[in-house]
Design a binder for this molecule. Structure first.
Ligand code: ZN
Ligand code: ZN
Length: 91
């Protein structure tokens, strides 16, 4: 089963088998039931505010699990910028 996502930068469809979107961005929201409007994630029900259902940290990225009031659950994957990593390295 292929996982479909939407690039958080340009809003085009992206695939988990690809390393990055064609715009070069690797941040994505993984759901078929949301879209990107003005850089904001919007659920198909029209909601823009989501409850946090979980947060997972990885070395180079983090994943937020979000859930909408309509029951639509999805995850947002964001890669850390180099600046972020340097920041965390500091004592
Ligand atoms: Zn993109
Ligand atoms: Zn919704």
């Amino acid at each position: 089963m292929s996982k479909t996502g939407i690039c958080l930068k340009c809003g085009s469809k992206t695939d988990i088998s690809e390393k990055a979107c064609k715009c070069g961005c690797k941040d994505a929201v993984w759901s078929k039931k949301v879209k990107l409007v003005d850089g904001e994630i919007v659920c198909e029900c029209g909601n823009r505010k989501f409850r946090c259902n979980g947060h997972f940290d990885f070395t180079d990225r983090y994943v937020n699990s979000l859930i909408c009031d309509c029951g639509n659950a999805f995850s947002v994957e964001r890669y850390r910028s180099k600046e972020d990593m340097y920041y965390w390295d500091e004592p």
